[in-house]
Ligand binder design. Structure first.
Ligand code: S3P
Length: 429
């Protein structure tokens, strides 16, 4: 197991570009694979999670060329995927396994999906239950609640589904199955989760209508290959945004970041805490809004975070916790029970790590209270096998009074393989 020791920085300065958006990269392969014709993808994220998606589609007969810059996905049409000869390994990727299970539910062949030790503990009932209602025959460990999952698809009927959780993975899984269903499939959620699927379905020519908290997909429409440009991932940018805000004398320009409103909860939260984040040169890329972000060191204050902003910032809470630990006063997070079923239990992981650095944290069932500290001390912390926990602790290390050693950092490669070199580039020691 690799561990990394990081010393505090004097300041973070300069310009950087973060790698492509993970969610959009997954979807570009999935829709490209079932479209007619070739889809080209620029800015594709070559993290382990997205490579799991790529391998799975290659295993179903999809030719994907990669010249190191652009992917060319040779679409096989809505009904052209082949039965995979082996189990599809989704690695650590919740998005791969949940979305692909929806897509496989529409295929008239047999398939098995699984993942690593962390993914095999994460809840799958949330997709298995609605997909079974559509007519897919899915079995798995724990009565279909845990991977591996075995799927016999085909012959789907449309459903009208009220999801109990705001989750783009649930919504997208049902939407993908909906492409194969007889009729109009509707998914509603308590508050809107990221809408990259809706945007990309539209780009590829699917037939769908979005409304306030949901979407309706009409089955049977053929998709056409597209040229997709993937913006930088705001979830990756978030580490550098927080680093620049909490480290004195810092100024960072982060170029080409996706600012889809269903993803910008982190900007709203950090701005409310007093952070200086400017959006420059706002533009559009493949149906997604994009901007350059100029971030300057700021004095942060504690706030209460709850309600509909939570799904709009769902992946950024580990690093928001680091911002809270450096803010004046108490930050309270509520309505965030979903964090307990991410790559690890992120509430418990961040509470444990911040306490190890002298920060006062109390956990609640659906969130936590963090008392902003005068100082974060050095020490040893763990990743818990979760990329975002590892990277958040690397950001805490920029302002700690002493070095921080982070154990088990290989997981960073799942979403951001170039994270440590980029951090080194902008952190002045
Ligand atoms: C994702 C949805 C979110 C997010 C994950 C990516 C997606 O998961 O945490 O990193 O691409 O659809 P949930 O839908 O479980 O909230």
């Amino acid at each position: 197991m690799k561990s990394i020791t990081l010393k505090p920085a004097r300041a973070l300065k300069g310009e950087l570009t973060v790698p492509g958006d993970k969610s959009i990269s997954h979807r570009s392969i999935m829709l490209g694979a079932i479209a007619n014709g070739v889809t080209t993808v620029r800015g594709f994220l070559r993290g382990e999670d997205n490579m799991s998606t790529m391998h799975a589609f290659r295993a179903m007969g999809v030719r994907i060329d990669d010249d190191g810059e652009t992917l060319a996905i040779h679409g096989r049409g809505l009904h052209g995927l082949q039965e995979p000869g082996d189990v599809l390994d989704c690695g650590n990727s919740g998005t791969t396994i949940r979305l692909i299970t929806g897509l496989l539910s529409g295929q008239s062949f047999f398939s098995v999906v699984t993942g690593d030790q962390y993914l095999r503990k994460r809840p799958m009932k949330r997709v298995v239950e609605p997909l079974s209602r559509m007519g897919a025959r899915i079995s798995g460990r724990n009565q279909g609640g845990l991977a591996p999952l075995a799927i016999n698809g085909g012959g789907l009927r449309a459903i009208d589904y009220d999801s109990p959780v705001s989750s783009a993975q649930i919504k997208s899984s049902i939407m993908l199955a909906g492409l194969y269903a007889d009729g109009a499939t509707t998914v509603r959620e308590p508050s809107l989760s990221r809408d990259h699927s809706e945007r990309m379905f539209r780009l590829f020519g699917a037939s769908l209508e979005s409304f306030e908290n949901g979407v309706t997909v009409h089955g049977g429409a053929e998709l056409n290959g597209q040229e997709v440009s993937v913006p930088g991932d705001i979830s990756s940018a978030a580490f550098f945004i927080v680093a620049a805000l909490i480290t004195p004398d810092s100024e960072l320009l982060i170029r080409n970041v996706g600012i889809n409103p269903t993803r910008t909860g982190v900007l709203d939260i950090l701005t409310e805490m007093g952070g200086s984040i400017q959006l420059l040169d706002q533009r559009e890329l493949s149906g997604e809004p994009v901007a350059d972000l100029l971030v300057r060191s700021s004095r942060l204050k504690g706030i209460t975070i709850s309600g509909s902003v939570v799904p709009r910032a769902i992946d950024e809470f580990p690093v928001v916790c680091v911002a809270a630990a450096c803010a004046e006063g108490i930050t309270s997070l509520r309505d965030a029970k979903e964090l307990r079923v991410k790559e690890t239990d992120r509430i418990s992981a961040m509470a444990t790590n911040l306490r190890a650095l002298g920060v006062v944290v109390t956990e609640t069932e659906d969130g936590m209270n963090i008392s902003g500290a005068e100082r974060i001390s050095g020490g040893r912390v763990e990743s818990f096998g979760d990329h975002r926990i590892a990277m958040s602790m690397a950001i805490a290390a920029q302002v700690a009074t002493d070095a921080i050693t982070i154990q088990d950092t290989e997981c960073v490669a799942t979403s951001f393989p170039t994270f440590f070199p980029l951090l080194e580039k902008v952190a002045e020691k």
